[in-house]
Design a protein. Sequence first.
Length: 173
Amino acid sequence: MGRLNRDAVIAIVLLMACGILFWSTFSIRVPDYGQLKPSTWPRVILAALSFLSVLYLVQSIRRGVADGTAETGDKSDDEPGPAPGLVGWLVYWRNPIWCFGLFFVYLATLPLLGSLIGGLAFVFTLMGVMGGWAPRNMALHALLALITVGGMWSIFTFGLGVLLPPGEIFSVY
């Protein structure tokens, strides 16, 4: 069959990790109280991750057959790397650096802003950094941040009864 491309190998590794994690959910202790087993949510999440990993594997194999990389290996020689020097390296890795940097700021401001306001600010700012600051983009970023972070905050706070960090600004809930 030939060599698999890099994406197919990553998808196989992800599927193996999902299998190992799913197997480990059988060792989660079941308490005497409650209606739902503690292993239910991890298994639901792992099932979704496994499904997405299978899709990733199918797409990577299909793409590898279409462009010939399944027989010749991946096209890593054609991918540009970072330019020489520190500036080239920073430019090449700027998106992950922004993600980690902004996430650190989110974690540092969590006691002050709380999970709702801090999460909204984090998602909105990160989307602005990655997607641009045009007025139309900013409106879309604000809407997406409000729907995703506000929805997850509502589910955890009201639906599941999880106590999330309220922060100093919005501590009425």
